[in-house]
Design a binder for this molecule. Structure first.
Ligand code: GLN
Ligand code: ZN
Length: 776
């Protein structure tokens, strides 16, 4: 039996972020379309060659994208919302980028990335806003949400998939084109206008897919990777039927092309029967998130179904334990031909570890990025095809790395583990219940009704960013840098006093990012220089890597708080990022449950909370901006996640006296289904994003579903607009109808770091006036 190596997709951004540079230069009008397409072609060529060199037998095409593969699919089938004025025919680059980023025709200025920071669209009427973006499953990649309307028709409107297949072929590389499956494509989109069943559009869509498959076959493709990741979600029967309809129709229309039905980001679970009943030639399953599904899949799959086993983690940066994988899949490989592959596209990993020349050698030996992961697959295949002896040295090295991770004192800190294992109920329990605390806090803080505050950050001006960059390059001494930041902080405090805010913040000028700042001060984290992954379009992020037990060698924010408080007699909030958010925005170790890592972080932040309190800090905010996005894909797994996430927050927040007021902050919009968990966090005050929803979101918090105090955002910080006093009064009056007066705070939706002072000064001034009016 033979084992072959496949990849399902490779990062598009280029090892030196070439794609970002080419896109930005093109958008700025500094280079031509031809130059952009030339860069794209050379990136594809490099990716194909690289994957081949690393030992991939089956290489994807059409995994590349100038912006987003879901948008590519919309372009392929001609699903372009009317506002972009597409008149049918080929979707050109101008339309493509208009959907991706919005376009300002007037003045000839592109809306640019701003379009994504600003979904409010208060632009001139000639402007077209970008389409909505949302997270791709539970990754940090964002896709452009397809928009469908009732009775919508589709037509083949792009030749990209065919062109790229041919392009590779001309270079002597046979590829397996990647196509987002029709059912997932529909499910990932949203209905525009009157509600209707998106699945009604399936037959029309299938005729375009049929055309695409025919053309690919004609061009010479034998296999197509058809991605249906929604098969790992909770599905109803109608959706399962849609899968059956789709694949019966495609395979009978184009019988001579082979489809690899590709699932990832979890197990098939109760959709397994559906997946196995489809008349496709191959099935890819995720064995990293769902190792146990292997047995079931093998037992129930048709003997002639080609299985592609996703054994290497495409979502993380760790070396695989090759011996363990070999043990797991050897029995299957002995009985049937298989493909070994990453669990999902490598889009979610950085490209090449070799570029990290400054990374600590011991830590580096535990890591594998996209390129290294393909080499790992090649080793697995060789071991199965030719015997373990044929790759003995590599397997030994893999075993040694795995063993070193199990035992390294860099990773394992017995004190940290012991502390995190403590289950004492007191650790997660404030001294008194909320009503008692509320009284104590009222006496300690003496705040007016409708107290005003902000969420933490003030504008990160060019000067602030420049000073940070110069300090990093050692052009600015630490002493001068600190002095500069203190000056910024002092003037922010002075301004807050003048404008009349009640609870002040220090402004977060010293922070590059709300997670990185803490990661750099905690042990157990490392940072890379080049390990970028795509977040959306030309925006890439470099998440911290949590490799070991987490502890806090020294206080992280205390100095800044103390300095700020020394400038004012009004209360200054301590400002921390919560454990769940730090976890969800990092690459997390895979050798222990996420819950354990989270709990360790929680204890580290707990110590910071207590240090702040000891120093006299009366109000401490612990941000959990990413709590919701950590929710598992399947409902049945939600409660477990929420339990440990909430418990971690409580570990962080529960070590203080009654009179110390704990705030939390969340900036997203869906609370209804997790309101109980949010209440269970037992914070004294929560600030949330509500300005744009006209307080509708507050509904989740009414009827005593939320017992504590709430600051519903009244200033939409995603927009450059300055809201008027009247507007904010109106919002607060709406809030008053849903939540008791005494419970309400007045604040913006989120931090102000992306805004500039010209907007912030009048907006906050108006906000304070609005609060005064409400007080009557
Ligand atoms: N305290 C942070 C800030 O104001 C919160 C950011 C966030 O919620 N994303 O910037
Ligand atoms: Zn926020």
């Amino acid at each position: 039996m033979t084992v072959r190596v496949a990849t399902l997709g490779f990062p598009r951004i280029g090892g030196r972020r070439e794609l970002k540079k080419a896109l930005e230069s093109f958008w700025a009008g500094n280079s031509s379309e031809a130059e952009l397409l030339q860069t794209a072609a050379s990136l594809r060529k490099e990716n194909w060659t690289r994957q081949k060199e690393q030992g991939a037998d089956i290489i994807p095409s059409n995994d590349f994208s100038l912006y987003d593969h879901v948008l590519d699919t919309s372009a392929l089938v001609g699903a372009v919302p009317d506002i972009y004025g597409h008149k049918g025919g080929k979707v050109d680059l101008t339309t493509y980028f208009a959907i991706a980023r919005g376009r300002q025709v007037a003045g000839g200025e592109e809306a640019g990335d701003h379009a994504h920071d600003c979904s409010c669209h208060h632009h001139a009427a000639t402007d077209v806003p970008a389409a909505e973006m949302t997270k791709w499953f539970d990754t940090n990649y964002h896709y452009l949400v397809p928009e469908f309307k009732e009775g919508q028709s589709f037509s083949l409107s792009s030749t990209k998939i065919i062109d790229e297949y041919r392009e590779a072929k001309a270079q002597g590389i046979e590829t397996r084109p990647v196509l987002l499956g029709p059912v997932s494509f529909l499910l990932l989109g949203k209905a525009h206008g009157a509600a209707f069943n998106k699945l009604d559009l399936l037959p029309g869509l299938l005729s375009v897919y049929t055309e695409v498959l025919r053309e690919l076959r004609q061009a010479g493709a034998e296999w197509v990777q058809i991605d249906e990741p929604t098969l790992v979600l909770d599905l109803d029967d109608a959706t399962r039927k849609a899968f059956a309809l789709a694949y019966q129709s495609l395979t009978s229309a184009v019988p001579d092309i082979r489809l690899l039905l590709t699932t990832y980001f979890g197990g098939l679970g109760d959709n397994l029967e559906t997946a196995l009943s489809l008349p496709v030639h191959g099935l890819h399953v995720d064995l990293v998130r769902a190792p146990h599904q292997l047995e079931d899949v093998v037992a129930k799959a048709r003997p002639d179904l080609l299985l592609s086993l996703g054994v290497i983690d495409g979502r993380n940066i760790w070396k695989a334990d090759l011996s363990r994988i070999l043990k797991h899949i050897a029995p299957v490989a002995a009985k049937r031909d298989i493909i070994v592959a990453p669990s999902c596209s490598l889009l979610h990993t950085p490209i090449d570890l070799e570029r990290e020349t400054q990374l600590d050698a011991e830590v580096k030996n535990w890591l594998a990025f996209a390129v290294q992961k393909i080499a790992e697959l090649a080793t697995i295949a060789k071991a199965l095809n030719e015997g373990h002896e044929s790759v003995k040295a590599v397997l030994d090295a893999s075993d040694a790395a795995a063993e070193s991770r199990r035992t390294s004192t860099r990773i394992h800190n017995q004190d940290v583990k012991k502390r995190a294992a403590q289950k004492d109920a007191k650790l997660t329990q404030r001294q008194s219940a909320f009503p008692v605390r509320q009284k104590a806090q009222e006496e300690a803080l003496r705040l007016p009704l409708f107290p005003t505050t902000t969420i933490g950050s003030f504008p990160q001006t060019k000067e602030v960013r420049q000073a940070r960059a110069r300090h990093a390059k050692k052009e600015l001494s630490t002493q001068d840098y600190v002095a500069f930041l203190q000056k910024e902080t002092a003037s922010a405090i002075k301004w807050q006093e003048e404008v009349g805010l009640d609870v002040l913040v220090h402004g977060e000028f010293e922070r590059n990012d709300m997670v990185q700042y803490f990661g750099e001060k905690l042990s157990g984290f490392v940072f890379t220089k080049h390990a970028w992954v795509q977040s959306y379009g030309s925006r890439y992020v470099r998440p911290p890597i949590i490799f070991g037990d987490v502890s806090r060698p020294a206080a992280m924010t205390l100095d800044w708080w103390q300095y700020a408080q020394s400038c004012s007699r009004k209360p200054v909030k301590g400002m921390l990022t919560g454990p769940v958010t730090i976890l969800n925005w990092s690459f997390v170790r895979d050798d222990q449950p996420r819950s354990e890592t989270c709990r360790q972080i929680a204890f580290a932040i707990r110590d910071e909370v207590q240090d702040l309190e000891k120093a006299g800090c009366p109000v401490i905010q612990i941000d959990e901006a990413a709590l919701r996005e950590g929710l598992p894909l399947r409902r049945k797994d939600w409660q477990h996640y929420l339990d440990w996430a909430v418990e971690s927050f409580r570990v962080t927040a529960s070590g203080v006296q009654d009179k110390t007021q704990i705030h939390t902050h969340m900036c997203y919009s869906e609370f209804n289904d997790i309101i109980q968990a949010i209440a269970d966090m037992d914070a004294d005050v929560i600030s949330i994003e509500t300005a744009r929803s006209k307080m509708e979101l507050l509904e989740a918090f009414t009827d005593h579903k939320y017992p504590a105090e709430i600051g519903p955002g009244v200033y939409d910080i995603h927009s450059p607009r300055v809201p008027s006093v009247e507007e904010m009064v109106e919002l607060l009056r709406a809030a008053e109808k849903k939540v008791a007066r005494r419970q309400l705070w007045v604040n913006p939706d989120c931090g102000l770091k992306t805004r500039n002072w010209k907007e912030v000064r009048p907006a906050i001034t108006n906000m304070v006036k609005a609060a005064e009016i409400l007080r009557g």
